[in-house]
Design a protein around this ligand. Structure first.
Ligand code: LMR
Length: 313
């Protein structure tokens, strides 16, 4: 029996739970929220789609009752507030750090062996906070930002190429921030062919720029942060772990010397399996990519430093 808990039954958490159930990733999905009745109502609503959609997962909702999350294999943290148009993800740190820290502590009490997937923003720093405050081994705390950003990158590439997003390979590394993410255009391919041979430099630059502000563009349109892609990206990471898929997925993970960085959670490709992070993959970056990675790392270190200022670490 496999069990996944999703904390936060707002737009992102509910989407994540819905995708997990629809894809039958786990036998049981528990949604927990602080707002009375919200998780219970959404769980019931989703269960009433089981016959229509043909899934077999049991979805349970609960209000702040961590006992119901006991013995989860994977827990997903979506708690905290989303950004509003014009805000950066980093500006959420003051509110979200305390929430993420206490949620992570409560989860661990009931699921001491769980792997933790972090979605809350600022995602790299919240991943770092969960890892540091819980003192877990680094394979068990994973930020899902790279999976989301890479999916957006492939979408924008597919739009430029006039193809299906599944025909494109591409990866985004670095921080999950408007200015810190690094879409690796040089390595992106369409049916094995480098996209740099198919798109003009100008077009490729546009794709990179659209990817970087992908979340901000949606926040402006929606008046709040996006949820379908973030929720699905969280579920994609969970599925890779629960089904021991050994898939390579860019995720925010603790570096200890890899890519020349240490004491930092930031997006790099990793192999995901039943132990969480099974391996960190070191790409051969060129000089330009290395410089961008170093700048991204410096920015994430700076955001992490603010954890002390807000009293979270
Ligand atoms: C995203 O990229 O969609 C999320 O990080 C939410 C946001 O605020 O952009």
């Amino acid at each position: 029996m496999s069990k996944v808990t999703v904390v936060g039954a707002g737009n992102v958490g509910a989407t994540c739970a819905n995708v997990l159930a629809f894809n039958e990733v786990a036998d049981e999905v528990v949604m927990l929220d602080v707002k009375e009745g919200v998780s219970e109502g959404k769980a019931m609503d989703m269960m009433q789609t089981a016959q229509l959609l043909g899934f077999d997962t049991t979805i349970v909702g609960c209000t702040n009752d961590y006992a119901q999350t006991a013995n989860s294999d994977v827990v997903v943290i979506t708690s905290g507030i989303p950004r509003k148009p014009g805000m950066t993800r980093e500006e959420l740190i003051g509110v979200n750090a305390g929430i993420v820290k206490s949620v992570a502590e409560n989860l661990l009490k009931y699921s001491p062996n769980a792997i933790i997937v972090v979605i809350s923003n600022p995602m790299d720093t919240m991943t770092y906070l969960a890892l540091k405050s819980l003192g877990l081994p680094k394979n068990r705390v994973i930020g899902m930002g790279g999976a989301l950003d890479s999916s957006r990158f492939k979408y924008f590439l597919s739009q430029a190429l006039g193809c299906n997003a599944n025909e494109v390979e591409g990866m985004v590394i670095g921080g999950h921030g408007d200015t810190t993410m690094i879409p690796l255009a040089r390595l992106a391919t369409y049916k094995g062919q480098p996209v740099s041979t198919l798109l003009s430099e100008e077009k490729l630059n546009e794709v990179v720029a659209s990817t970087m502000v992908g979340g901000a563009t949606l926040t402006k349109l929606l008046g709040t942060s996006a949820w379908y892609a973030p929720g699905a990206a969280g579920a994609y990471v969970v599925e890779s772990i629960i089904h021991n898929q050994k898939k390579m997925v860019p995720c925010s993970v603790m570096l200890e010397g890899e890519y020349g960085e240490s004491d930092l959670c930031i997006g790099v490709p990793v192999i995901l399996g039943k132990n969480g992070i099974e391996k960190i993959v070191e790409l051969e970056l060129n000089a330009d990519e290395k410089a961008k990675f170093a700048a991204s790392a410096a920015a994430v270190h700076k955001t992490n430093a603010a954890l002390k200022e807000v009293g979270a670490l």
